[in-house]
Design a binder for this molecule. Structure first.
Ligand code: ATP
Ligand code: MG
Length: 370
């Protein structure tokens, strides 16, 4: 394990609740793990504890096996001695320094000899595509170029790992996509272990080996992007990852076949999938229907359920429809043509593949994902 966090708990002075509670996290060498979650869920706090910028109340943190923090034993290694690179949302480039001097900054602090410094700076400038800008004042760069300076500065001293806190939030959408590919490619080429913080699930899916979904200071689920998308362990994760329709289902088994009824919208689905015993035993359970997996038909057919169109949003590649059946709203993504009109009647079905089983229902109303 390259980074190992155990039982991390921290409560900021003057606050009632811990910002991070009893958090465990293991990150393998060369792996990029993303902390994904809504605002205030404790992503930055976790990262700052690992970096040594906050001092936790409980827990241990190891980097490459070395203990950098053990609250119970009063061990706490200073940030500059942890040898971690950091990239923040604000590029934090020094305006009065050239690109070269910005990138060289950590090496100067470490007292690296001049010719070695020059070689190293040129090497990483080349890696991030800044070779021709080394003489320029750092402020005379675009946002994307400034973020590359920050990236180069974070890796120039050969850190043991690199920590990113929403590094792309200040860039426009197109540049954000390009930079995230560059960051990922650079991280792969250098083999650097990385932790990446974002609240953007698309970015998390695109960049990560693994994603830890955070909720209220805890990790709600951790896995590969594919794992957490296909098998979210809770309504929280399903909802956060994909605007899922979270509904209560009732499972019944008849002659060896399991049926799932979703009474609030009147859907009945024959399951030919294995449903885990917990869900079937409990008879009712929360299910998520992904908007892209709801089939929308122009006319009645078989067991399809009649709905009425409430909202239509054009999203470019598809349309997002809000459909209402018996007082419950459902989201469905359909092809952009034809565009249905508000109030039009459409019929929906869902195949077994469209259903994500979330386990026993908690007593609350059916609701639609945001
Ligand atoms: N310096 C601080 N003093 C007091 N409370 C803080 C401090 N920093 C963060 N918090 C609180 O700790 C909790 C977690 O904050 P944190 O910054 O880790 O969240 P986050 O997941 O990074 O959110 P965001 O996406 O908005 O950056 C929040 O409730 C926040 O208000
Ligand atoms: Mg944050």
């Amino acid at each position: 394990m390259s980074i190992e966090v155990r039982g991390l708990t921290i409560r900021y002075a003057g606050t009632a609740q811990p910002a991070v509670r009893d958090l465990d996290l293991e990150i393998g060498k060369g792996e990029l793990t993303t902390l994904l979650g809504p605002s205030g869920s404790g992503k930055s706090t976790t990262l700052r504890c690992i970096a040594g910028l906050e001092r936790p109340d409980q827990g241990t943190i190891r980097i490459d096996g070395q203990i950098v923090c053990d609250a119970a034993r009063g061990i706490w290694i200073k940030p500059e001695q942890r040898r971690l690179g950091m990239v923040f949302q604000s590029y934090a480039v020094w305006p009065h320094l050239s690109v070269f001097d910005n990138i060289a900054f950590p090496l100067r602090i470490l007292g690296v000899e001049r010719s070695r410094m020059r070689r190293k700076v040129e090497e990483v400038a080349d890696l991030v595509g800044l070779a021709e800008f080394l003489g320029r004042p750092a402020t005379k760069l675009s946002g994307g170029q400034q973020q590359r300076v920050a990236l180069a500065r974070a890796i120039v001293f050969e850190p043991r790992a690199i920590l990113f806190d929403e590094p792309l939030s200040n860039l426009d959408a197109k540049l954000r996509e390009r930079m995230r590919r560059e960051i990922r490619s650079l991280q792969r080429r250098t083999g650097l272990t990385a932790i990446y913080v974002t609240h953007d699930q698309v970015e998390a899916f695109a960049i990560s080996d693994r994603i830890a979904v955070m909720n209220d200071g805890r990790i709600q689920q951790i896995g590969t992007p594919q794992e957490i998308y296909a098998r979210p362990n809770s309504a929280y994760v399903a909802d956060f990852l994909g605007a899922a329709n979270i509904l209560t289902g009732r499972y019944t088994t008849e002659a060896g076949r399991t049926k799932l009824a979703i009474p609030s919208v009147g859907l009945a689905i024959d399951l030919d999938l294995d449903v885990d015993a917990k869900s079937t035993d409990s008879a009712t359970g929360l299910v998520a229907l992904r908007p892209e997996d709801v089939q929308v038909l122009p006319s009645a057919a078989g067991t399809a359920v009649e709905t009425s169109v409430r909202e239509v949003e054009y999203l470019g590649r598809n349309l997002s429809l809000t459909l209402e059946s018996a007082g419950t709203e459902l989201r469905a993504f359909v092809s952009p043509e034809p565009v249905p009109s508000i109030g039009q009647r459409l019929w929906i079905t869902a195949s077994p593949n469209a259903v994500v089983h979330l386990g026993p229902a908690t007593p609350r109303e059916d609701r639609q994902g945001s």
